[in-house]
Design a protein around this ligand. Structure first.
Ligand SMILES: NC(=O)c1ccc[n+]([C@@H]2O[C@H](COP(=O)([O-])OP(=O)(O)OC[C@H]3O[C@@H](n4cnc5c(N)ncnc54)[C@H](O)[C@@H]3O)[C@@H](O)[C@H]2O)c1
Length: 304
């Protein structure tokens, strides 16, 4: 066991499987006391069971670590609050929350139902808010704490997962808002866009060229939860980890600007815009077109 997180209490949502499980186990192995949250649902968010969270607590205890299970649904305010309260009741503090829980309901936008949109956005985006909301109220008073959201490369856009992509984009803005709003209280907020072998990535309908294991992602999360990351001033960042690759995403910024004179009309913009600010080509669209081309040639499409 290491001691990167000695003395800290950390809550991890979606910690019963995949990346969340690896994060919970790694945090415990580094000395943290861990709240293992998992609603224990199938990939589309149905059929909950408390056994999934309890099993990971047993694994952590068997390895000599300390953990408790909370099998609540973090897409509800009460569920998020209970996860944070469990840390406060059992460990007297909450130093980090890691919002990993997620589901998928894939459908083309033009066929997507409200039942496919709402639960996906509620699990990912609201499920990050519920934890951030409950934990930040405590961290603000502690004048220390770390919030971590889970996003995806898919925040750039997705052909058949507009619900998931929109939620993942929202998580980045939520993380950046938390980083800005909580900076003066000593609380950091960052997002991770992982690529790792889990039941969820097994569902991606193409080969991922760059992919690693949940344990790679867990190592990054442990670092982000540690005093080392806090001392290095890491906040408001989005990191990807995919096997041996680690990357930081750009901060959103205006790419080019130009100033016209007088009042804008659609005609003036049609004349002025192409030669001044123009467009910024969409990498995901270029990738999609390359994949469509490859598929027409009979190859299985590659991504990234
Ligand atoms: N695996 C990848 O390559 C990849 C890529 C991009 C983003 N992500 C993101 O990483 C996170 C983890 O993904 P994973 O691949 O480990 O998935 P996974 O399906 O293996 O695990 C997700 C866990 O979340 C739990 N969960 C779902 N809804 C919940 C709720 N309402 N309350 C509490 N728990 C709930 C599930 O029971 C499950 O155990 C997700 O947010 C996912 O979107 C993963």
């Amino acid at each position: 066991m290491g001691n990167f997180l000695a003395g800290k209490a950390v809550a991890v949502t979606g910690a019963g499987r995949g990346i969340g499980r690896a994060v919970a186990r790694a945090a415990a192995a580094e000395g943290a006391k861990v709240v293992v949250n998992d609603y224990g649902v199938s990939m589309d968010g149905t059929s909950p069971t408390s056994e999934v969270a309890e099993a990971v607590v047993k694994e952590i205890e068997a390895a000599g670590g300390e953990a408790i299970a909370v099998a609540d649904d973090i897409s509800t305010m009460a569920g998020g609050q209970r996860v944070v309260d469990a840390a406060l009741t059992s460990y007297g503090r909450i130093d980090g929350v890691v919002c990993v829980a997620g589901i998928l309901r894939e459908r083309m936008l033009f066929n997507m139902s409200e039942e496919e949109w709402d639960p996906v956005v509620a699990t990912h985006l609201k499920g990050t808010f519920t934890l951030f909301r409950a934990a930040s109220a405590v961290m603000r008073k502690q004048r220390a704490g770390t919030l971590i959201g889970f996003t995806s490369g898919n925040h750039q856009g997705s052909v058949s997962q507009a619900n998931y992509s929109a939620a993942k984009g929202g998580i980045i803005s939520l993380v950046r808002s938390a980083a800005l709003g909580l900076h003066k209280y000593g609380v950091t907020a960052n997002a991770v866009a992982p690529v790792a072998r889990t039941r969820m990535s097994a569902n991606v309908p193409m080969e991922l060229k760059e992919i690693g294991e949940p344990e790679d992602v867990a190592a990054l999360v442990v670092y982000l939860l540690s005093d080392a990351a806090r001392e290095q001033g890491v906040t408001g960042q989005v990191y990807t980890i995919a096997g041996p690759k680690i990357a930081v995403w750009a901060q959103p910024r205006e790419l080019r600007s130009a100033y016209g004179e007088g009042t804008w009309t659609p005609e003036r913009i049609a004349e002025f815009l192409p030669g001044s600010v123009g467009v910024d080509p969409m990498p995901m669209l270029a990738q999609l077109q390359a994949m469509e081309e490859a598929a027409r040639g009979g190859d299985r499409p590659n991504a990234r």
